[in-house]
Design a protein. Sequence first.
Length: 301
Amino acid sequence: MDKENKNTYWKDLKEATQTTTKGLGLTWEHFQNSIKSLAKTDKNNSGSASAAQNQSFEEDNISNLGVVTNRYPHEMMPIPDNGRYKLHNEIDDCIVCNKCVEVCPVNCIEIDAIRGTEQVGRASDGSPIRFYAAKFDIDMAKCCFCGLCTVVCPTECLTMTKEFDFSETDISKMNYEFGNLTEEEATQKQKEWDDFQAEKAAQKEAQKLALKVVKKTISLPKIKKGEEVQPTEKKIIKKPAIKVKKIVSQPKAEKSEEKLKDKPKSIKKIVIKPKLKPIKIKIPTSNSSDKNKKTGEKDDE
């Protein structure tokens, strides 16, 4: 081997050993720190997922030095506040307005509302509640996590929580129920509302019949025996007199020029008569007198 090749070989070998020793040293340091941090987390949190979830994974925190991976579900990364995850409905504040159902693009929310005969209650913001939520189901298997339902909710009872791990082996378990009535209570409340509506309709019909009877009694006066029936006086309604103005015929104009003046300009006919100038014929007098003189002289001779 040449000297130059030998030098480069030993030089490369030296660099390789230096880099490997440095990398192994860093690995050993991280390994020791991770063992210390894991021991501290086990003592403080006792492996509970709720306590480990609240951990902060910042570099300044000594307890988390050397942690390369999280021990899920005992350790979790911090979840942002504006994250869109599992939907939750605070049914006590829900006024059952049906806006979330109308705005949902995938129809993952189903509501069956029953009207109460009286005011059911009030929400936390003071809004009156007049409906019962017999059914308020949210199918998270259909949800596209758009967050539109939380935006239109007037009482802000429908929110998205930080719970993101709600996977199930059975897809039917992804349907979450938030209704505030059981099946028996729902049927009872529906019956109460139907009876209330029937009573209202009966009252309206009774009022109509009463009005008809009152009209009949007013139109037919009571007549006692032996009394003569006097004819009812007819009220004479005076109609307002309408004065009709007579149209006076205007005298016809004798001259055609007056007719043309009365007519609009568009109807007027302009007649132009040509004026003929007299032609004057001049008769020469000097020539005729000379001829007469010559003829007279000839006669004298």
